[in-house]
Ligand binder design. Sequence first.
Ligand code: URA
Length: 423
Amino acid sequence: MDIIEIINKKRLGKILSEEELKFVIKGYLNDEIKDYQMSSLLMAIVLNGMTDHEIIALTKFMLESGEQLDLSKLGNIVDKHSTGGVGDKTTMIVAPIVASCGVKVAKMSGRGLGHTGGTIDKLESIPGFQVNISTDNFLKQVQEIGIAIVSQTNNLVPADKKIYALRDVTGTVESIPLIASSIMSKKIACGTKKLVIDIKVGKGALIKNLKDAKKLAKLMIQIGKANNMEVVCLLTNMDIPLGNNIGNALEVKESIDVLKNQKCGNLTTLCIELSCYMVSLGLNISYDEAKEKILESLKNGRAYQKFLEFVHYQKGNLEELPESKFHYEIKSKESGYLASIDALSLGKLSMHLGAGRLSLKDKIDYGAGIVIAKNIGEYIEKEDILMHLYTCKELNPKEISTEAFSINKEKPKQVELVYQVIK
Ligand code: URA
């Protein structure tokens, strides 16, 4: 087989055979296919797409490139995935809620890159918290306390690791077939048979419109079926940040507020929704029955206790969350109703404050980030504080743009949070 012929075939919009896809994945992993050839093929896929059959085959060969966990002995297990957004700390909240309702969560998560944060970075902002845990200890923890969130092992879908790094620097991330096969190969490798996926849609997300989000959802459900996995997709709003806090330790603090049942708003609502679908899948009960259990667990403190048990098991110390050196208050230049908050620009601002990394080698300032002081629909007076910035960098607050905050004379309509659920 010849890689040039395969690239030309896809350039002309033709369908690749299973043998050709297998040859590509194997050849790229053992360096017989070079980065420049792979990037050319990836761009042809971005431009010409793939059939469902090609995508399912691609997922299978990526999956087979590394180890696959067997969680069948652990009982009721449900996994969750988010395609990534600004202020998205739902895993830290949903996992203990679900575990406190009797459904186990064995989760391997990734780090953040660019303007979206990763769960592993957020957890690592807790001093002492261990994310690199052997597979045996990971399974033991899930067996003992029903919850573990660890960093993906190097041997989990190595093909995706290599291809994703290349996509990141060749403008080939935004492709529905490539996103679907990348996410699903990792999820299938993690060994769960039930999965809830939060597909973020909007300005601060990878997927910008509902049409593409629906396509991605249907594709991931189909890949799931082909692999004996039940998948539920929620299509949710990422035009605005999730919750008020953006940045690692700041997001841990906000997660604790939700788990202590001391916070309402879009973050809490979405966490309850995601938990409902996970508990309903895990226990085979209705959405309403699941919701009753979840609200009870938040109210009686079991969800928060499960979070504390999980953090202590992984050696984290919540008493000493890091704080950045400087605090700046950014004030409104006008009065009116807060109509929108641009997730993408605050995601980028938070990254520049030190909360995120542009390249995987960058060091994170765990205390850095933003606390948004106002909620959508609230009336704002001129000079009211819009946001608090935390950073170790010296800034002139007057130079910080407030354009992310759209302020109108009329009261805005309520923001839609969950657009659609697809099963
Ligand atoms: N997340 C992934 O894991 N892979 C993608 O391709 C996009 C988002």
